[in-house]
Design a protein around this ligand. Structure first.
Ligand code: FAD
Length: 402
């Protein structure tokens, strides 16, 4: 028999493998990855990896640990390119591979800047190879333009500023981070860029990339201005990696559509950035592109895949963090709100806690440098706390000595 096959050798795929073994599964496990690398951690790629200091190692596990201790057969360096769920077969590198249970964890791929393919110095930042290239450009003192004021773009700008390099962020929307944290707080957080000397320009888009001998030279904007640049990093979002499932019959709609147990069809589960499912805790269909959800879903998908008769629904309070300059931004919950209220600190200060309300319920919490409280608020959200309870909690915290 084919045992457990996991497609996508990154965070969610690795957690699936680990959860299968800790659940006592002792059949064969095959882990298929398009990249040559062993599973590695992505958040450092736009943070410590871009600092002046030696880049950190990012592999989660040694090859020996995967092969010998977890007894995983690794198939790295070639993507799966076909799935037949009726026959329970995936195809990799021209060969077919049978499975009893399949977990798909193919993640997402960075959107590329239109019209810039093949221009040297223009990058996205999703993979280790991307990070190596971006770091090399920063090492050589690149004047940097970041396209898109999202989290990854903002972290790249931070990395460049920490090295004292000139950076411009070009954001097409009038306010950054609206989808992630709402307009009001997007505006507040954008202040961090201004204070750090990053030139943030909102409401303007890239019109064209000018190159010279194949290398980027200048970025022309829709307002008629131009910025000299040696490095352009596009942080304009990612699309779920589902093109290989075109003929599979799976339902694809901005991700693999799954039920509450992360099952896409009989024998097939999905986990991580590629997954779209109904999150019972918020009664909302979600596709989350955050580290914690990918890790949790990998484990949940594997457990459900191996014991479908006992499958449990997966629910979560979405959580992410991002590091800008010397600051940590953290968010739990969902951003669409009727009201956002700062309950501690100030929007233009060095730390604050902002609560998001929908109806009479607490639905989200944003903190700047609020590491001590954010997980307590995640707990409140898990318990579906009311707005009144959240305000009480915040008031009680405010009375405590810092
Ligand atoms: P991925 O990590 O995208 O991995 C999918 C893997 O599948 C890839 O290795 C890909 O090559 C492979 N693959 C794709 N197609 C195929 C195929 N057909 N066959 C075989 N293999 C395939 N989240 C946070 O919460 N906080 C952060 O600070 C943060 N920082 C980040 C910084 C960067 C630069 C990036 C890129 C992401 C960051 N994230 C952060 C998001 C987090 O890293 C992702 O949510 C997480 O990596 C998702 O894991 P995944 O396993 O679902 O997908």
């Amino acid at each position: 028999t084919g045992g457990l096959v996991v497609v996508g050798a990154s965070l969610a795929g690795l957690r699936a493998v680990e959860a299968a073994r800790s659940a006592g599964f002792d059949g064969p496990i095959t882990l298929i990855g398009a990249e040559e690398h062993l599973p590695y951690d992505r958040p450092p790629l736009s943070k410590a990896y871009l600092d002046v200091a030696e880049p950190p190692g990012v592999s989660f596990r040694e090859e020996h640990h995967l092969r010998a201790e977890l007894e995983v057969e690794l198939r790295l360096g070639a993507p799966a390119d076909q799935l037949d769920p009726a026959q329970r077969i995936v195809r990799v590198d021209g060969r077919t591979l049978p499975y009893d249970a399949l977990v798909i964890a193919t993640g997402a791929a960075a959107r590329r800047l239109p019209g810039a393919d093949g221009v040297a110095g223009v990058h996205t930042l999703r993979t280790l190879d991307d990070a190596i290239a971006v770091r090399a450009a920063l090492d050589s003192g690149a004047r940097t333009v970041v396209v898109g004021c999202g989290f990854i773009g903002s972290e790249v700008a931070s990395g460049a500023r920490k090295r004292g390099l000139p950076v411009t962020i070009v954001e097409a929307a009038p306010t950054p981070l609206v989808r992630a944290i709402g307009a009001e707080m997007g505006e507040a957080i954008a202040g961090l860029h201004h204070r750090a000397g990053t030139d943030l320009r909102c409401g303007v888009a890239v019109e064209r990339i000018e190159s010279e001998r194949g290398h980027v030279r200048r970025v022309h904007l829709t307002d008629g201005t131009a910025i000299d640049a040696d490095l352009v990093v596009a942080g304009i979002g990612a699309d779920p990696a589902t093109s290989w499932l075109r003929d599979s019959g799976l339902r694809i709609d901005n991700g693999i559509v799954c039920d509450a147990t992360l099952s896409a069809t009989r024998g097939v589960h999905a986990a991580g950035d590629v997954t779209r499912w109904h999150n019972p805790l918020f009664d909302e269909v979600m596709r989350i592109e955050h580290w914690t959800a990918a890790a949790e879903q990998g484990a949940a998908a594997a457990r459900n895949a191996l014991a479908p008769e006992a499958a449990k629904p997966y629910s979560t309070v979405p959580y992410f963090w991002s590091d800008w300059y010397e600051h940590r931004i953290q968010f739990v919950g969902t951003p669409g709100a009727d009201e956002v209220r700062i309950v501690s600190g100030a929007a233009d200060g060095d730390r604050f806690v902002a609560l998001y309300r929908r109806g009479d319920r607490l639905t989200g919490v944003l903190t700047l440098n609020g590491q001590a409280v954010i997980m307590k608020y995640r707990g409140l959200l898990t318990r579906r706390a009311s707005w009144a309870d959240a305000l009480d909690f915040a008031a009680a915290r405010a009375k405590k000595p810092a």
